[in-house]
Write a protein that binds this ligand. Sequence first.
Ligand code: GLN
Ligand code: ZN
Length: 755
Amino acid sequence: MKTHVLGFPRIGARRELKKALEDYWAGSLSPQDLISVSNSLKERHWKIQKDSGLSYVATGDFSLYDHVLDTSVMLGAVPERYGAKASGIGPDTYFQMARGDVGGNIAAMEMTKWFNTNYHYLVPEISPAQRFSLSSPAIVKDTRRAIELGYLPKPVLVGPITYLSLAKGEGSFNVWERIEDITDVYAEVIAELSTLCDWIQIDEPVLCGDLAPEAPWRFLETYVKLNQAVGKAGLLLTTYFDSLDEHLDLALSSGCAGLHIDLTCGRNDPYDRIVERLPEDMSLSVGLVDGRNIWKTDMTKALSVLRDIEKRIGPDRLLIASSCSPMHSPVDLNLETKLKPEIRSWMAFAVQKCEEVCLLGDALSGKNRDETLRANAEVLESRLSSPLAKNEAIRERCAGISEDMLHRKSPYRERKKAQSWLDLPIFPTTTIGSFPQTPEIRKNRLLFKRGELSRDGYKFFIEKEIHKVVKIQEELGLDVLVHGEPERNDMVEYFGERMGGFCFTDNGWVQSYGSRCVKPPVIYGDVFRRAPMTVREFSFAQSLTSKPMKGMLTGPVTVLCWSFVRDDLDRSEVCRQIAFALRDEVLDLERSGAKIIQIDEPALREGLPLKGRDAEAYLRWAVEAFRITSSGVDDETQIHTHMCYSEFNAIIQSIAEMDADVISIESSRSRMELLDVFRVFEYPNEIGPGVYDIHSPRVPTEAEIMKLIQRAAEYIPKERLWINPDCGLKTRGWEETLKSLKNMVAAAKAMRIGH
Ligand code: GLN
Ligand code: ZN
């Protein structure tokens, strides 16, 4: 049997790619040097795969920015505005597509999340007139290079059905009309690759989700052609992030030489069903090492599954693999020196995951790896019984949840009356929470972290910042103030650092998009609050003003979604624990005089499972977690929530069930059209649709903002409208922030005339 991983993180164990890219963009690294950094990363990653003992190394999975963008480039699918000839897409065009060109006023391609991960890809743009042709097939070059270096390559492509499913057409153009043209280019590259390798991995994760109506028959048609092109090599159709379920038949009838399934997630579609129906000439690649988490695989369990499958299909048709590309996991656990040794012993990053896949292969083929297997079993057992992972008091509290914990005391209508003591004007103005995080703030935080600034010194600095933003907001004439969040490095990390059950890595970086990486906190144990987390800053801020100051928290679903979550407890249970910890914080804020408390849930929608039919279960526990957090307060206390996006169609019901008194959302770019969902649904509570885009430094005029407010009032009764920007202001500069907010307040005041 053979072993492989579906890809490897590109960014480098020490984020070498990030640094190289940023130097290149700043003009301090030459194109040749950028290429040589990326070549050495590719070679290093191949070596890691080979040295761990894997049969193949993945090629073509590396990317300077994004592998979906690379696929567009490979197909010659370069939108017209970049003015490039398909034959010559150089680094300038490539990065223009990725990042836009401010000077030349050329917009970047749109970016969005890759399935239900935190990775972002660039959305392919397909037009009726686009000419596709194979251009700069880096994958062929890389595959040849890997052979030269003595590796057995397995090139990795984003499959055409997934590619088109993620693409957008111009206007109402149906992108599927171009499938045949795209297939021709795929066939060409597959034919070329097939002379170089045994397997070509073709990723079709879209098969694990809901498919467009035309996708199934397009899939079959396309794969007939691709399998004709593949010659003596085999296509390995890879599916991941969920089980195949109703698309299993489709996958089995693809005619591909191999099928990869992800057995780490989804409903664990009984693999029996797949094995039973696997065509005799189809190999099965089984993903049992999770490519998206940081935890060790349970080898005993994995081996028993593999032994069972092997018994039925024989070793020759079996491949052992990671579930998906470990690009969603950090690179190397060996760089972590500060973790508690016990917790560290539970973990495996990408490098270790390669070793795990190999270990499974060795054990299955009868090599003596008993000692390593025994060590694995011991670690897993110790984790199960570790007091670090389990806290009875927390378990009991969560189990003791009662119906009244999930409900505010009165319905919204009555709360609205009770909240009249806030004495707010019509069209009340506020901001989303953060104010510009200046280099000075960052510098002071760093000094404090390094121990070069005392606790008192840092506290004094933070209070000075809070003082500054409170004064500014009063001068601007905003109605509901915020403290500005200067003490927060990141909206999840800040809370993770203050709760039990979390730990932090030094180098656990994962690519989010391009050169941007995130270092998610790790939830390894039961979550609890050690002490109040935000009360001090809130109280200080409120003491400076007679206007209401918002208490400001990150919600439980967002904390969950933006962390690495333990795999020994259901996500819904982990979320509930976070919710209880935050509930205490909400009550402490209320006791300290907060009249308004905002609980941000920007990640609510991204936690949605791949399949529409699983959405309901997720939304049920996600909404419940929000309600646990928010429902303990009195009617007089106003609860706000905030979400950073503008697509609410699929979740409007759940948004209403969250029952926040006020929700602020992003909406300026959709010119308020998204409010139609709220109108149709007759959303009963208050809404603050963002009236200006904070993603750009552009200052909106007063007239422009007034127009947006008027439009908003066509959808939502004006008594229920709030006026605020789209999102927090932390990435903005002070200059544009002041001007924009001044215009925003002026617009709201102008709208009040006559009311
Ligand atoms: N309160 C946060 C801020 O203003 C909200 C950010 C977010 O939702 N992403 O920065
Ligand atoms: Zn936001």
